[in-house]
Design a protein around this ligand. Structure first.
Ligand SMILES: Cc1ncc(COP(=O)(O)O)c(C=O)c1O
Length: 381
């Protein structure tokens, strides 16, 4: 790449961290058709759109069942509740993730036990998790952070050894693969968010629970519909947490594009990675062998993260910090005794920065991001 050309481009272009309008334009036609059909049928809750999506997503993941729910947080609550999590239970979760992974455990009256993360991937450190198993531990929730699968094999071995279940929080990893198989079918249950910025996002809130166990799927579906087994007959106390038909229509338009979109994200990641190979002080996270990340985020680490973010912003490049505080240090989890020392999660919170990566990003925009990174590394500002 000729640096002068990049300089010329950067004067014209700013690069957003994310741009949903571009994704929306790509499905304008098919979405208008589906919405018109929905308006005609007035099937706004449940109905064919939701069923079509549940079947298509289960088949995409090669799992037996998918239950659409209202969002990824409810998906976790319902999955944990279906497994019987309640007061007195301990559930091991990584400390470096979105709060929903742990808050849902606490919401059900159980204790989230925070484990540290692997410094190379920022995913659950299974060796650290193993040290935190007690007689009260009932399960582990792993997170495929930034679209990169956690070590499912080691997690399953840990669970088998102590008779625990594994739940995959797959909110950031639609389509990712571990040992060639898509994530979402390894744990007893997997939970999904379709928040608009996700690789498979709708235009509001949406979520799902997937599993190979039809009985567990039926339990989730029951709990998500006020435990109703008939009209005004309620077998269990539950929630109203259903996937909206309008959102299912968006997902039905976007699911067929997902594999190609994920491949585009991987190509963008390759370009960033090659550019960073010759640059000191900014390191991309590792992608382990045997996994295929779907690059929900392209995350770098720098000891001068805040200066890097400011410098990128000055050159018109958006970026984001996911996450500035590890969960064991969040006020929401204070008052439960001295928080553990989790050095890898704490360092990650100080150093991570997520660069623009979405399928509609243009080559010229990628050039601008790369030139801004090179500029920062070269000038130290
Ligand atoms: C890892 C993880 N888990 C759970 C959630 C919760 O999903 P939702 O925002 O749809 O409730 C998110 C959403 O950002 C997430 O990133």
């Amino acid at each position: 790449m000729d640096p002068r050309a990049v300089g010329a481009v950067s004067e014209r272009l700013t690069v957003p961290a994310f741009d949903l309008a571009r994704a929306a334009r790509r499905i304008e036609g098919p979405l208008a058709d589906r919405w018109a059909r929905l308006l005609e049928r007035t099937a706004f809750v449940g109905g064919e759109e939701v069923q079509e999506f549940e079947e298509a997503f289960a088949s995409f993941l090669e799992v037996r069942a998918c239950v659409g729910v209202a969002n990824g947080t409810d998906a976790l609550v319902l999955a944990l509740e279906a497994l019987g999590v309640g007061p007195g239970d301990e559930v091991i979760v990584p400390s470096f993730t979105f709060i929903a992974t742990a808050a849902t455990v606490a919401w059900l009256g159980a204790v989230p036990v925070f484990a540290d993360v692997d410094p190379a991937t920022l995913n659950l450190d299974v060796t650290d998790a193993a040290r935190r198993v007690t007689p009260k531990t009932v399960g582990v929730v792993g997170v495929h952070l930034y679209g990169c699968p956690f070590d499912v094999r080691a997690s399953l071995e840990l669970c088998a050894e102590h008779d625990l279940w594994l739940v995959e929080d797959s909110a950031q990893a639609h389509g990712a693969r571990f040992e060639s198989r898509r994530v979402g079918g390894f744990g007893r249950l997997a939970t999904w968010s379709f928040y608009p910025s996700k690789n498979l996002g709708c235009f509001g809130d949406g979520g799902a629970v997937t599993t190979d166990d039809p009985e567990l799927a039926a339990r989730v579906r029951l709990l998500a519909n006020h435990g109703a087994t008939g009209r005004y007959r309620h077998e269990r106390v539950g929630l109203n947490s259903r996937l909206d038909a309008l959102q299912a229509a968006v997902l039905n338009c976007r699911l067929p594009l997902l594999d190609e979109d994920n491949a585009t994200r991987r190509r963008i990641a390759d370009r960033y990675r090659s550019a960073l190979a010759g640059v000191g002080g900014i390191d991309a996270l590792a992608e382990p062998v045997d996994v295929e990340s779907v690059v929900h985020q392209f995350t770098v680490r720098s000891e001068r993260r805040d200066a890097l973010q400011a410098s990128l912003a000055e050159r018109g490049v958006g970026s984001a910090v996911h996450y500035p505080t590890p969960l064991h240090l969040q006020p929401a989890f204070a008052g439960r005794g001295e928080p553990p020392a989790l050095p890898a999660a704490e360092a990650a919170a100080r150093e991570v920065l997520c660069l623009p990566v979405f399928p509609e990003l243009s080559d010229a925009e990628i050039d601008v991001v790369i030139s801004a990174l090179v500029h920062f590394a070269g000038t130290g500002e």
